[in-house]
Design a binder for this molecule. Structure first.
Ligand code: ADP
Length: 640
């Protein structure tokens, strides 16, 4: 009995030991028999599953599993018993466990088989991994969030290790290099990104930084290149990463794509340089006036143009007027500026300036309101254009053209000389004849003879006046007078000129008819120049009439008012102007005449142009050419 007692005691002790051992285990520990019936259930299991051990002992382990494992458990045990093939024994895995209240939790399950005499038994250790899983999920979320931030960033985020291998690169970096992240991680950063020529220098620089021989540059610009050779300019900001001992472990950099910005900056710089150069070349200066803030801006060339010290503050328009505008032009400029501020119409004035160094310049000053906000808060932009040289050249050109016109008149006179000589000779011959007759009559000394002598004297006076008239009309044309614009009675001018022109026409057996409106309003013109134009047109008409040997030898000079202008025309019945040459007849030196100069029409054209008029030609009805010019009436000039 003693032996049996001892054996029973030993068994009971072993079971107690096992239970104590199981209870001491932190994980849930469950012992089940060969058909899955629970034989032992430790304290941790009670807590984990919510079953007191007296309630669960004797039940199938499948109650601790949710479906589908629960229903599949019996089949699994049968298969294991018949085949001896275990799918889980000795292998740990993650499973889903079910508490007494039906709730589930993830668990790590490890099962061992207790081999010995009698049927098999199994011991299962279960570790609740819900907290670990929650922590892992939280960690993953955190990592995903960080990745999202990295990917959302519109800058490249890059980390490289001391060997310059990529350890982190975000989406923007991958995009710019045109390669996926998997392709880049672990690769040499410079091989992957730097243009070939820059690689070794860049790598040497980074290695120096990572071996603590150099501080990383706070800001640095360099280009990266994608697989197709397209390059992007990046502005880098970098920091060195250190381990716990303070040794560098890599470089963390953020890189901003500044290609577009740099292009814009370059374009802006180019435009500014262009503008400054253009201002210098054109002799132009610009200014800006902000009325509200009284802010003034002068372009560098405005300082140069006005001879002002660029270190001094710019002057406002009233100050410029008071100090630099020529005293004789000040009132006008002041008035126009005031008018401009009130009307907001463009300010457009030419005036003289006396610069700081005393030089006299002429400028064309233009200003306009840039920003039509309420008065006193507007922005005014203006330019000053130095037109001194242009004015000088204009004046020279004007003098030259006046000179040319004078030469033209002299040449016309030369051409008319034969006719004029004849016209003057005739009255002279008549005067001589009348003088002879008068002398003879005076010798007779009787009353009748005296009366005849008086008559002869009268004829002498008439003929002298006739010759004098021709000479008189010639004199003004031959004189080289300054151009003088005055209100001109065109009718009177044509009648006066007719005396001279008729002489010329008469010599060629051509008649001049006048068809003049009775009263024509005045035009602003230089009389001598207009006479010259008319004389040119009449002489050409005479030439054309003679050359055509036509029956009708009449030339008509017309003067009529057309709307706002006066038209003066000279019509002939010559051969007309062929279409082929119509385009060229006003060109200098174009002539179809054997002894022509080709100057008449070109001089006439520039004279009429300087009078703001038009000159052209058309066909005369019935054949021939009509040359005409028009001049604006005085009322029209003052109205515009
Ligand atoms: P020029 O009389 O010395 O030739 P112009 O400049 O006065 O110089 O005339 C240029 C040309 O225009 C003439 O050679 C002629 O061919 C043409 N022309 C001018 N007036 C007439 C006209 N009334 N009829 C036909 N052709 C004309």
């Amino acid at each position: 009995m003693d032996g049996i007692d001892t054996t029973v005691n030993l068994i009971s002790r072993a079971e107690h030991d096992l239970q104590a051992f199981l209870d001491a285990t932190v994980d849930a520990a469950i012992v089940s028999n060969h058909i899955g019936v629970i034989e032992a259930f430790n304290k941790a299991a009670e807590q984990m599953f919510g079953y007191p051990s007296n309630e669960i002992l004797g039940k199938s382990v499948s109650v601790l599993m949710p479906d589908p494992d629960r229903s599949a458990h019996a089949d699994y045990m049968n298969a294991y018993r018949s085949s001896g093939q275990a799918k889980i024994i000795g292998i740990g895995r993650e499973v889903l466990a079910q508490r007494s209240n039906g709730t589930r939790f993830p668990a790590h399950l490890a099962i061992g088989e207790v081999k010995g005499p009698g049927p098999r038994r199994f011991v299962a250790f279960i570790h609740d991994i819900s907290i670990r899983n929650a922590a892992l999920t939280a960690l993953k979320m955190e990592r995903d969030r960080a990745q999202n931030y990295l990917d959302l960033a519109q800058v490249i985020l890059l980390a490289i290790d001391p060997q310059c291998r990529i350890t982190l690169i975000n989406r923007k970096g991958c995009e710019l290099l045109g390669r996926p992240e998997v392709d880049l991680l672990g690769k040499d950063w410079f091989e992957a990104s730097a243009p070939h020529r820059d690689r070794s220098a860049a790598r040497a620089l980074i290695k120096n930084v990572l071996s603590e021989q150099m501080e990383p540059a706070a800001y640095q610009e360099s280009a990266i290149q994608n697989a197709t050779g397209e390059s992007t300019l990046i502005a880098w900001r970098s920091t060195v990463l250190h381990d716990a001992n303070g040794h560098p472990t890599g470089l963390l950099s953020s890189g901003e794509d500044i290609t577009a910005r740099r292009h814009a900056q370059d374009a802006l710089t180019r435009n500014t340089t262009l503008l400054l150069t253009a201002e210098t070349i054109a002799g132009l200066g610009t200014y800006e006036i902000h009325e509200a803030s009284r802010l003034l801006f002068w372009s560098p060339n405005l300082y140069t143009l006005l001879g002002c010290d660029p270190s001094l503050p710019p002057l406002d328009m009233p100050d410029i007027t008071a100090t630099l505008v020529h005293p004789d032009d000040r009132t006008h400029v002041k008035e126009q500026w005031h008018k401009f501020l009130v009307s907001e119409n463009r300010f457009d004035v030419e005036h003289r300036m006396i610069l700081m160094d005393g030089t006299l310049r002429t400028v064309h000053s233009i200003a306009q309101i840039q920003d039509h906000r309420p008065a006193n808060s507007r922005v005014i932009i203006g330019t000053l254009h130095d037109i001194t040289e242009r004015k000088r050249a204009d004046e020279e050109a004007r003098r030259n053209s006046a000179q040319l016109a004078h030469v033209g008149r002299l040449s016309t006179m030369g051409e008319m000389a034969a006719g004029l000589a004849h016209e003057i000779n005739q009255p002279l011959a008549a005067i001589a004849a009348y003088a002879q007759a008068a002398l003879r009559l005076l010798d007779k000394n009787n009353a009748d003879a005296l009366s005849d002598a008086r008559e002869a004297m009268q004829q002498i006076a008439n003929q002298a006046l006739r010759a004098g008239g021709v000479i008189q009309s010639l004199r003004s044309l031959v004189k080289n007078k300054e151009i003088e614009m005055r209100p001109l009675d065109m009718r009177r001018l044509i009648i006066d000129l007719h005396t001279l022109a008729a002489v010329d026409a008469h010599a060629s057996d051509v008649q001049i008819k006048l068809a003049l409106d009775n009263a024509v309003p005045p035009v602003m013109a230089d009389a001598i120049q207009i006479q010259q134009v008319l004389l040119n047109l009449i002489r050409n008409a005479i030439d054309a009439t003679v050359a055509a040997r036509c029956q009708s030898k009449g030339i008509t000079v017309r003067c009529e008012r057309l709307m706002n202008e006066l038209e003066i025309s000279v019509s002939d019945h010559g051969s007309g102007v062929p279409t082929a040459v119509a385009e060229q007849i006003f060109d200098q030196f174009f002539t179809t005449k054997e002894k022509g100069t080709g100057l008449g029409l070109s001089i006439s054209h520039s004279i009429i142009k300087s009078h703001n008029g038009k000159i052209s030609c058309r066909d005369t009805p019935g054949g021939g050419a009509t040359f005409y010019f028009s001049l604006p009436l005085i009322q029209e000039i003052s109205a515009s």
